[in-house]
Each structure stands twice: as C-alpha cells, then as structure tokens.
Design a protein around this ligand. Sequence first.
Ligand code: GLY
Ligand code: MN
Ligand code: MN
Length: 441
Amino acid sequence: MLRALTGIAAAEFARRRRQLMRMAGEDAILVLPAAPVRTRSHDTHYPYRQDSDFWYLCGFPEPEAVLVLVPGRRHGEALLFCRERDPEREGWDGARFGQEGAVEAFGMDDAYPIDDLDEILPGLLEGRSRVYYHFGRDAEFDLKLIGWINRVRAQVRHGAQPPHEFLELGHLLHEQRLFKSREEVRLMQQAAEISVRAHQTAMRAARPGIHEYELQAEVERVFRASDACPAYASIVGAGANGCVLHYVANTARAKDGELVLIDAGAEYRNYAADITRTFPVNGRFSKEQRALHDLVGAAQAAALACARPGVAWSAIHDAAVECLTEGLLRLGLLKGGLEKNIADGHYKRFYRHKSGHWLGLDVHDVGDYRIDGEPRLLEPGMVFTIEPGLYVGADDRSVHAKWRGIGIRTEDDVLITGEGHQVLTTGLARSADEIEAFMGR
Ligand code: GLY
Ligand code: MN
Ligand code: MN
C-alpha cells in the first residue's frame, strides 16, 4: 500500500474537516474538486500541484478527485471520489491510492470511483439546503455541479428537496487557513530553513560575471535536494533587473559592482517560504548601495517591531513607509516634509508594493486583510512576510546618477505568537555587515 506523504497527521486533517463542517452547519454540503492536470505543450504536463483548499482538508495528492463533506450524514461525512486502481495506467504514470487507500491512508469515511460521481452526487445534494463551493474557479466543474443540482430539481414533483442556497466556500475555509496550527508552523519552519540554506548557497556561489540563471540553479538545487520545489518562480535580478518586481527571465550576467536581488522560497509538503536578499555580487557594498540597503533594513525592523497580537495589519506597512520616506528625505532622493510626502504618496516612486502578505499553502496565502472595511488585527497563528524595498530606475533623471539602477528588497517570514512574533527565516545574513561577513568567509 502507498503511504501518504503529507507531513501532517491524518488526525489533523480530520480535525480541519470537522471544524469546517461545524461552521457550515448540518444542512450544508461542501464540494471540493482536486486541481486539474494542466498541459504544458502537446502531451506533456506541468508538474502537478494539488489545489491548496483540497489539500488542506485531506492531503490527497492525485488529480481527478473530488472531496465531498456532508455534515451529520450517518453513513459517513467525509467522502472522496478518486481514480480506481489500474495496473496498466499505473505502469505509465505511477501508483494510485484507489478507494481503499483513500479510506486507509487518508481517513476518509468512504471512497468511490471518480466515474461514479455523476451517479452519486445528485443523491448527496438532495435534502441539503446549502452548497459550499468555489464558484467560478473551474468553469467545467461549475457546469457539472449545476447539472447535478438540476437533476435534483427535476425530481421535485417526486418529493426531492434541491439545495437553494449557494455559498462561497472560501468565506469559511480561508478564515480557517489563515490561522496556522502547530503542525503547519513546523512544516513552514522547514520550508524556511531549506530556503535559508538555498540563499546561503547562492551568496557563496556569487562572483562577478555569473549569470542570474546560474544563481537560480544554486538556489533550486538546494530546494530539490531537500525534497522541496520553488513555491513560485524564482526571481534573480542583477543590477537594474532588481527593480523589476516580477523579473523571472534570469538571463543576464551580474557585473562587478552590481547588486543581485534574489527572491526565492521553497515549497515543502505544499507549504511555502518566501525570502528576498539583495547582496553585492563581488561581496562588497558600494557607499550608495549600503545606504539604501541599510534604509530597507531599518524599515523592515520598524515593521517587525509592530508584529504582535492586537496591532492592526496595516501598521506593518505604515511603519515601513514612514521609515523609508524619512530615509529618502535624509538621503536627498525626496524633497520636502515627511507628512506631505507620505500623504501624497511620493515615496511610491521608489516603493511601489505593499510590505507583506499572508503566507501558507499559497505564497500569497488566503485570508481577509480587512474586516468590515477596517484593517484586521494581528492574532497568534498568522504567518506573513515583511518585505520592504527600494527601487531606483536606471534612467530616473530626477535623482543623482549615483543612485540609479539600484533595486533592493529584504523579505522574511514572521509568525505571530501569544507574546509577539517569531521570525521563521532566521539564520540568514540580513544586514549589509552580515552579508559582507558571510560572503567574505
Ligand atoms: N515572491 C513573491 C512575493 O514576494 O510576494
Ligand atoms: Mn512576498
Ligand atoms: Mn518574495
């Protein structure tokens, strides 16, 4: 029998399903399809990545599966439809769990062949008043679901009770996913540690003339050698490429005297890390590079000082913006008063993005940032990035030439604890002094 390789105990998946079903209520039904296989070219596919919501609730790794949760159903609440065992196909594509595996390895109450979904689902929908589902995510599955509901509606004259409320599943589930359990934090800590080692390896490999893709290879070799993969397309930008926020070409050479910005994080057991470091390819910061790098570091420290329960999420970004703007004025990149520069958003010429995002099964993880229009307060169990940066365009004539083409971001992953916070991405050189010392070794 195949073993489940989820990193999370079956009992925790069961607990998550119970919690969600309790919130959904006894008259609800929840339907979650697995991620589809996506074509890369002709008959080859992208590496398969399970849908995060589906994974969160069962940890089942295969495509062509549907999880159906039926709270209070006497003959079983957690049902999985999945592919049947098939020795011929398994000889081509690898082993499958089958229905027996779904029950034994994943703690399902019952499992059925995916081909029976069409026949069985209308009966499960019948008598349930509310359907929780991700409408609009998979148009093909949306149509199938409507078809099953219509099949129940067609039986109304015979006493069938079709569902009459259709609700966005994310509303409940994403609030649940926002708060990480001890087990999840443990996996995120592992993703963070792998990512720290990957960044260290790239820093050690750096030398003038190296290609961005060679540094990417160093990073991703460590990911893969640690049973992980990139959580998102790794960004390796030398010089002014560091100013391109989603630069993924990674084709240029890093010239002597340039900075290299690496934004790369491992995904381990489907949990993401997200780290950015910016370091001089020759191991020594110039005066201007150091001044801006120090300023980004100060902004990150100011933001991190706000990371504790009860503080508004928006305070993180506000603290970073105030610190960056103050420094840009001091260095002469902005002119005028602090308040006006912040109020008018002048800092956005050099800092265009927000200072962080939730982190979890998705790198930009789910969960609301505002509640009833107000920034939500930080609570224990939330994990997010803090990632201030400064980007001076290579042809920005409004600033002295010495600043042009410098792009810097420093990004770490932070867990809110009962007392304050814990940085998950520790042990990686962060300040200019630490980076120079590490690279000089
Ligand atoms: N790597 C994506 C981000 O930093 O948000
Ligand atoms: Mn990020
Ligand atoms: Mn990042």
